[in-house]
Design a protein around this ligand. Structure first.
Ligand code: NI
Length: 172
């Protein structure tokens, strides 16, 4: 396991599309474990591989990420996830480990069904609602090069991106 560096906006890799995983081996297993560890250390509830510089369709999510007792955690790994059904509309405040110091309300589908593969390559299906649904939509967006700030109204989006770019450049 290794702690991976998280790429932040305006790093251009975040706009790239991730490729499907075709090999389900030890390396993939190690990658998902390192992603989970990186997410826990960073206090996030979801992480897409592109955020750690890997352009593969890999997502990890743990809505119990904040639990101090690691036995209470609920790590999930989704490989090659696709939304096959969605319904309803919901709004909630989102943040992102790749978008520092900014949160905003984003519109999402309320309930979704996804198809994905687990870390051993088996095909799975999941109905998700509430936080799991929102988190999955946010992370699947990452695999398509989309950030939650790309969902904001254009004017606000421009303002926020300008500020974040300035912030990012000052840090570099
Ligand atoms: Ni994110």
């Amino acid at each position: 396991m290794a702690f991976l560096e998280i790429h932040t906006f305006p790093d251009p890799i975040l706009k790239q599309k991730s490729q499907p995983v075709t090999v389900f081996d030890q390396d993939l297993d190690e990658t998902t474990k390192s992603m989970l560890e990186t997410m826990y250390v960073s206090s996030g509830i979801g992480l897409a591989a592109v955020q750690v510089g890997i352009l593969k369709q890999i997502i990890v999510i743990d809505l119990k990420s904040g639990e101090e007792d690691s036995s209470l955690r609920e790590p999930h790994v989704f490989i090659n996830p696709k939304i096959v059904e969605k319904s309803g509309t919901t709004f909630s405040e989102e943040g992102c480990l790749s978008v520092i110091e900014f949160r905003a309300e984003v519109e999402r589908a309320e309930i979704i069904t996804i198809e994905y593969q687990d870390v051993t390559g088996n095909y799975q299906k999941l109905d998700a609602e509430n936080m799991m649904s929102i988190c999955l939509q946010h992370e699947i967006d990452h695999l398509n090069g989309i950030l939650f700030i790309d969902h904001l109204p254009l004017l606000k989006q421009k303002m926020v991106k300008k500020r974040l770019t300035k912030l990012g450049n000052n840090e570099a």
